[in-house]
Design a binder for this molecule. Sequence first.
Ligand code: GLP
Length: 239
Amino acid sequence: MKILEASDYADLSRKAADILLAQLRGKPDSLLVLPTGNTPLGLFRELVRAARSGAADFARVRFVTLDEYAGIAGNDRRRLLLWLRKELLDPIGVADDSVLAFDPLADATSEVERIEAGIAEYGGVDLAVVGLGPNGHLGFNEPGSPFDSRARQVPLTPESIRSNAAYWGSEADVPATAFTLGLGTLLASRKLVLIASGAAKRDILARTIDGGISPEVPATLLRRHPDSLAIADRAALGG
Ligand code: GLP
């Protein structure tokens, strides 16, 4: 795993955008995985700016969603796909048929098969960008998730329910289960990029970089990936 230090959040967002835009120049029909959460918002702003200025062309890109709450309606305000649509996909003009997304109400078994089959049909994930959960989760791969796990439905840990409460109001607003791509799905992506910002991520980032490689810290999976990169700002790196 390479580590790229950014001076601050704006620099992190630019560096992540540079990598994504270089990926698209090399392969305009890339299949991308992008996270929700607060960390990627600056990256999304950079991408929207690139699309509007004509510096990037997203016409042939395809996306697969990293994670999604389960058991909510398709138009629920908490739907992570809608977050991604609002912050990125709508502003850059990506149509629905270019997005492979978990359906929150679908039967879990057939839904995860559909998503994995869709990824295989596109020829695999070219670039996955992931955020860092406060407990080291990637997507909703909670501590203990096997490194070879594939897309599946999972219960959220109390820690993730607590951290996700910040997005929706209270812990009671956070669904108890979610769909997620698996750690094995992410390991199979051609390039894997982690973005982490701020002092709140300092301890878990240190464990990700220097701690033992173990499913107990799912983000340590990056150190098993042949082409992985962590982009972190100085606050997260402890500088
Ligand atoms: C959430 C999501 C992850 C996200 C992570 C970090 O629970 N399931 O996909 O990357 O936690 O979120 P944030 O960027 O807001 O810190």
